[in-house]
Design a protein around this ligand. Structure first.
Ligand code: ARG
Length: 454
């Protein structure tokens, strides 16, 4: 492509070192989509005749189907997907093909291709995020009346409906969805016409190209257009955050699936066994997802580091953007999809949950509130109940089974109605503010999500 300036052949080592086609071939559909729009603009600018433009478009379409069929050989001598396709086009249709790259550089071409690719990728990630939300909402719906211990510091804290815990992740995924949408909005700018750095002496109707490709704006600075990948950083950050959320869900699932908790049952189809220990049933999906989150963080850091300190405008370093981008997109799509499937097939162990949530210590706060409602200042009430808890531990007697005399000894405000406090259902119902555990509110929230994510 640049043989005019050079007398020597490119070193084989450089060819191997510099090629990107082994991974950027995946951009072929978007590359061809962009080239077709570019050809249209060249025709309008009278660089291409109607006939030449038609030949280019049909040649590109043929190449596209050949690649899709697996009937196309990419070669590393042609470095990247852009030059492979252009060269195949010229081989196929002759002189007209050699006109396609007029007023275009691979710098604006690749800036376009990545945007087109990421636009589709974002739509797919959003689709999978919705699928996981749906599966969590369905599971919440099936468990709207079952309570479990809620934890802070992984120590039993207060009872919560299972559905409340699951819906917490639905809220997170909804913000993730919004972050993806924000990212798509900022990415929605068409860079073609920027050339290598300074635009082109051949005026293209950039607005038309943008319209043809479904962009709502065009980039306004050719130097910015070919040099920044901030939109990709933003997406990798959004993906890293989704990974962070999924890794927390993973950890909950891993704990819940252990014999120590025994809260959740994962289907055989979504667990694996051990080659040695016959009894094992391992939550690999959750573990892998927790593990892959590290890769997602790494990809973000890798891209930020690649871009850091690069002088304007395009530098070859930027070719290093593709692998982390592809890897994060692929990883998060499969993680969301498999999680949706796994949670869809999971169920909760009612008995185990009932046993766990029957721990009277989960209602120690309610006991303090009982005193508060009888006029005891909260700090004082906290101390009284704390002493009762210590006493119950020492006596190896559950809090709700201590004799009334022990209560009265701790505070004469207690009377025998205190034992009514140890009722999980009432405790959930008593938390009536928006966002809290009252079953009525949880049911409304399930209905809200069912509508939103269906
Ligand atoms: N394969 C290159 C990349 O992904 C395309 C742009 C190459 N531009 C250049 N001037 N060498 O970054």
């Amino acid at each position: 492509m640049w043989k005019g300036r050079f007398q020597e052949k490119t070193s084989n080592r450089l060819q191997e070192y510099g090629q990107s086609v082994s991974y950027d071939w995946r951009l072929y559909r978007h590359d061809i989509q962009g080239s077709i729009a570019h050809a249209g603009a060249l025709k309008k600018a009278r660089i291409l005749t109607d006939g030449e433009c038609r030949k280019i478009v049909s040649g590109l379409r043929q190449i596209e189907s050949a690649i899709t069929r697996g009937d196309f050989t990419f070669t590393k001598e042609l470095e990247d997907v852009h030059m492979n396709i252009e060269s195949a086009l010229t081989a196929r249709i002759g002189a007209a093909g050699a006109k396609l790259h007029t007023a275009r550089s691979r710098n604006d071409q690749v800036a376009l291709d990545i945007r087109l690719y990421l636009r589709d990728a974002i739509a797919e990630i959003q689709k999978q995020a919705r699928a996981l939300q749906r599966s969590l909402v369905t599971l919440a719906g099936k468990n709207s009346d079952i309570a479990m211990p809620g934890y802070t510091h992984l120590q039993r804290a207060q009872p919560v409906p299972v559905a409340h815990h699951l819906l917490a992740y639905v809220e997170m995924l909804d913000r993730d969805f919004g972050r993806l949408a924000d990212c798509a909005k900022r990415m929605d700018e068409m860079p073609l016409g920027s050339g290598a750095i300074a635009g082109s002496t051949i005026a293209l109707d950039r607005v038309k190209i943008a319209r043809d490709l479904g962009f709502s704006r065009i980039t306004q600075n050719s130097m910015d257009a070919v040099s920044d990948r901030d939109f990709a950083c933003e997406l990798l950050a959004a993906i890293a955050i989704i990974g962070m959320h999924l890794s927390r869900l993973s950890e909950d699932v891993i704990l819940w699936a252990s014999a120590e908790f025994g809260f959740i049952y994962l289907s055989d189809a979504h667990t694996t066994g051990s080659s040695l220990m016959p009894q094992k049933k391992n939550p690999d999906i959750a573990e892998l997802t927790r593990g892959k989150t590290g890769r997602l963080y790494g990809n973000l850091m890798s891209l930020l580091t690649t871009l850091k300190g690069l002088p304007l405008t395009y530098n070859r370093d930027m070719q290093e953007d593709k692998e982390p981008i592809f890897d994060s997109v692929d990883t998060i799509i499969s993680a969301l999809a498999i999680f949706a499937e796994m949670m869809g097939a999971a169920s909760f162990h009612k008995n185990k949950l009932q046993q766990a949530v029957a721990d009277p210590l989960l209602l120690a706060t309610d006991l303090a509130d009982y005193l508060v409602l009888k006029g005891v200042p909260f700090r004082k009430a906290h101390e009284i109940v704390g002493k009762l808890v210590a006493h119950s531990v020492k006596m190896e007697t559950p809090l709700n089974e201590l004799p009334l005399a022990d209560y009265v000894k701790a505070s004469d405000v207690f009377s025998k109605d205190v034992f009514a406090i140890f009722d999980v259902k009432k405790a959930l119902e008593a938390r009536k503010s928006i966002g809290a555990t009252a079953p009525k509110f949880i049911r409304a929230r399930i209905a809200h999500w069912k509508k939103k994510v269906r």
